[in-house]
Ligand binder design. Structure first.
Ligand SMILES: [Zn+2]
Length: 299
């Protein structure tokens, strides 16, 4: 190659070298760029996958948690139901025990029928007696006592009657077998045996021996029991005594005894109310039916 030739081609060669280098560099950069893009796409895809896996995991955890929570709730509910049932059963057993205890402590004689037909032992006496305060008695002269568990209802009844301007006084309450015997003797002397049998129970047949029966008097009849019928006091008792657990033992035209408007017996609120609602009398009720009320006699 001549000098002239060299001078002429040098820039061309230099340009060619530069061009080649440029193209090569461009191709490399382009290739790298593509790789970077591919990598970037991969990263995004991995990130997306990761995100969806995380979401799935979260969803799974949430679902499991909810299922577990629901299961736990159900279990708690079941335990609650079992607990409630156990409580009910324990309650039932306790209730039955209370009823049995009550019955074992309740004097069966309290609701037994006593009249000419039904007999009470001469040895019988109420468990506890209480003295009637003077202001409730018709006469200051003699002591009057009644069954201690009956007194609160009796006192309540007399107090409420007084509020309604009705005067009720107790002329007689508990009478022992011997007192009844002596009383009957007195009646026989005064009226003769036939009459005495009609209105004074033979000893041992009297409800007064229970301590749950009382004879009432009121003002304006001069202490005459026979005139108690038709008094405002008698009418008030007919309308209200059942509320306090008292019944008229021997109503008009009963088959057991002469009519005794003054003589009222405590049988408990429930029995007294039921007798009134059903329009039945105590002595016409079957004793077994009456005995069902023993458990509620002092309620
Ligand atoms: Zn009486």
């Amino acid at each position: 190659m001549t000098k002239r030739n060299l001078e002429t081609y040098t820039p061309l060669i230099a340009f060619a070298i530069l061009l080649g280098g440029g193209i090569y560099a461009y191709i490399r950069i382009y290739a790298l760029n593509s790789k970077i893009e591919a990598l970037s796409a991969n990263i995004t895809s991995i990130q997306q996958q990761n995100a969806s896996t995380t979401a799935d995991l979260r969803a799974n955890i949430k679902e499991n948690h909810e299922t577990l929570a629901a299961a736990l709730n159900q279990q708690t509910l079941n335990v609650g139901v079992v607990e409630q049932r156990l409580k009910e059963q324990v309650g039932n057993v306790a209730g039955t025990l209370t009823t049995l205890q009550k019955l074992s402590r309740t004097d069966k004689e309290l609701l037994a029928k006593y009249s000419k037909v039904f007999f009470l032992s001469e040895n019988y006496a109420p468990a506890r007696l209480t003295d009637v305060p003077a202001s409730y008695k018709y006469s200051d002269k003699k002591a009057v006592s009644v069954h201690a568990d009956v007194w609160p209802s009796l006192q309540n009844m007399i107090d409420d009657a007084k509020k309604a301007e009705i005067e009720l006084y107790i002329s007689s309450g508990f009478r022992s077998f011997d007192e009844q015997k002596a009383l009957k003797g007195d009646y026989k002397v005064t009226y003769g045996a036939g009459t005495a049998n009609q209105f004074s129970a033979d000893q041992g047949y009297s409800e007064h021996q229970l301590g749950t029966a009382v004879d009432f008097l009121t003002t304006g009849i001069n202490g005459d029991l026979d005139r108690f019928d038709g008094t405002p006091a008698y009418n008030w008792l007919l309308a209200n005594a059942y509320r306090y657990g008292f019944i008229l033992s021997y109503p008009k035209d009963n088959q057991y005894y002469v009519f005794e408007p003054w003589h009222w017996r405590y049988v408990g609120k429930k029995l007294a109310s039921d007798l009134r609602t059903q329009n039945k009398s105590f002595y016409n009720l079957d004793q077994r039916k009456i005995d069902e009320y023993l458990v509620s006699v002092f309620e």
